[in-house]
Design a protein around this ligand. Structure first.
Ligand code: DSN
Length: 449
């Protein structure tokens, strides 16, 4: 079974009805068709995005959106939750089974709320936390001063090692993690990144946490699908708490979840509700359940391996095109590019805009030690999760790297950019993310970029 088969579910009739129902709202109907067109005719290379299955979309748009269900299965604050309880129980059970966890909370609306719940479960305001700095590859919720996390807790940051020859550096600096843990005595150590292209081994973090008596949280937002697919080591059973998002490599609906041992189950549940959230999004929880089931299929393992294989191919081709890769390559779904080697004057912001205009969607990103601000940046981040779902392989990755190089080599050449835009459209036409929908909505699709 191919990686596409696992997501080929027969909800097309249901979905076609759902789309037709939107025709009563011409503006949103038109925007939905335009966004489907954008997703179908441009390259989706944002590392945190993916294409869900049609079954996930169907569950996300289902009648469960109508239901208030504050509380947890069997302990709700509203009536009428008999079916919703079954849905949430099933989602929890599937999450537990997929990751081999004792306890799962599937209510967090996002990765940020999952992380906040984890902090709230084990920390008091002012407690010290050790986590990766945003400009080294960490996340806003890992203590950035502009995030509520940085305002509430005392975060101390670790980073990556200096760039070495032949891509030998720019790995998480475990010596620094150990040194800071010994001097700062954090109550919690956080592993997890948003812009880092290497495998994160949870075991050394566990050892350091044990040495200093800290709890250990692993934010698996990015690699969750790679962990479920067996191509990255699992932090479940190693970390005290594992948070993740369901919409990145895991290919589910937009949302978050928390896994933990039985010892922390009550604290995590109380932190999510009533600590941080009100009514859970049961339609999204239904969609999470669908995604967990899909990720447990054998074909998902092939998909996860394909994502990494494609990232390696994209990295190799970008390197050949003259781009320096942060850490020299990749072991996950991401490729982080340092643009300065390619063109010292080209910022991440300008490169992102140039690529966008050519139909290549990626995001600018700071690289370790970036002299430019987070808004401008010197880097680009690419991801292969969505392209792999659409069926692209290593040949397409080489082609994408060529297109990226051609666009960025001629920033002022509008006709070249239009030529590449046409090539991108041709490439995408062979890999439609929702083939049935494209036919279904052919009359509504726009012809713009
Ligand atoms: N915005 C996500 C990402 O792109 O990695 C993280 O929250």
């Amino acid at each position: 079974m191919s990686s596409r088969d696992v997501r080929a579910i027969s909800e097309r009739d249901l979905l076609s009805e759902a789309i037709d129902a939107l025709s009563g709202d011409p503006e949103i109907s038109e925007m939905t068709a335009a966004e489907l067109d954008r997703q179908s005719t441009t390259l989706q290379l944002i590392a945190s995005e993916n294409f869900t299955s049609e079954a996930v979309l169907a569950a996300s748009g289902s009648v469960f959106t109508n239901k208030y269900a504050e509380g947890y299965p069997g302990r709700r604050y509203y009536g009428g939750n008999r079916i919703v309880d079954q849905v949430e129980d099933l989602a929890r059970e599937r999450a537990r089974s997929l990751f081999g966890a004792d306890h799962a909370n599937v209510q967090p609306h996002a990765g940020a709320s999952a992380n906040l719940a984890a902090y709230m479960a084990v920390l008091e305001p002012g407690d010290t936390v050790l986590a990766m700095r945003l400009d080294q590859g960490g996340h806003l919720t890992h203590g950035s001063p502009v995030s509520i996390t940085g305002k509430t807790y005392r975060f101390v940051a670790y980073g990556v090692t200096a760039a070495g020859p032949d891509g030998s550096g720019e790995r998480i600096d475990m010596d620094q993690v150990a040194d800071l843990a010994r001097t700062e005595r954090p109550k919690l150590i956080v592993a997890g990144t948003t812009a880092y292209s290497r495998i994160i081994d949870p075991l050394p973090f566990r050892q350091i946490a044990d040495e200093v008596g800290a709890k250990f949280m692993f934010d698996a937002a990015h690699p969750a699908g790679l962990i479920a697919g067996g191509v990255h080591p699992s932090p479940v059973g190693v970390a005290d708490i594992v948070t993740f998002t369901t919409h990145k490599t895991l290919r589910g609906p937009r949302g978050g979840a928390v896994l933990c041992g039985a010892d922390l189950a009550k604290s995590i549940d109380s932190a999510v509700f009533p600590g941080l959230q009100g009514g859970p999004l049961e339609h999204v929880i239904a969609a999470k359940a669908v995604a967990f089931r899909e990720a447990a299929q054998p074909a998902f393992r092939e998909y996860a391996a394909g994502v990494v294989e494609n990232a390696k191919a994209l990295a190799a081709a970008l390197s050949s095109a003259g781009f320096r890769l942060v850490s020299g390559g990749t072991e996950n779904h991401q490729v982080l590019v340092d643009l300065r080697s390619f063109d010292a004057d080209l910022t991440g912001q300008a490169a992102q805009e140039l690529l966008d205009a050519a139909g290549i969607t990626c995001n600018r990103n700071q690289i370790p030690g970036d002299p430019r601000s987070p808004f401008v940046t010197s880097g680009l981040r690419f991801g292969t999760a969505a392209a792999t779902t659409a069926g692209m392989g290593t040949a397409e990755m080489a082609e994408i790297a060529r297109l990226v190089g051609e666009v960025l080599r001629r920033p002022g050449d509008d006709s070249k950019r239009d030529e590449i835009r046409a090539e991108v459209r041709d490439l995408c036409s062979a890999f439609p993310p929702y083939p049935g929908w494209s036919k279904l909505r052919g009359d509504h699709l726009t012809s713009g970029s």
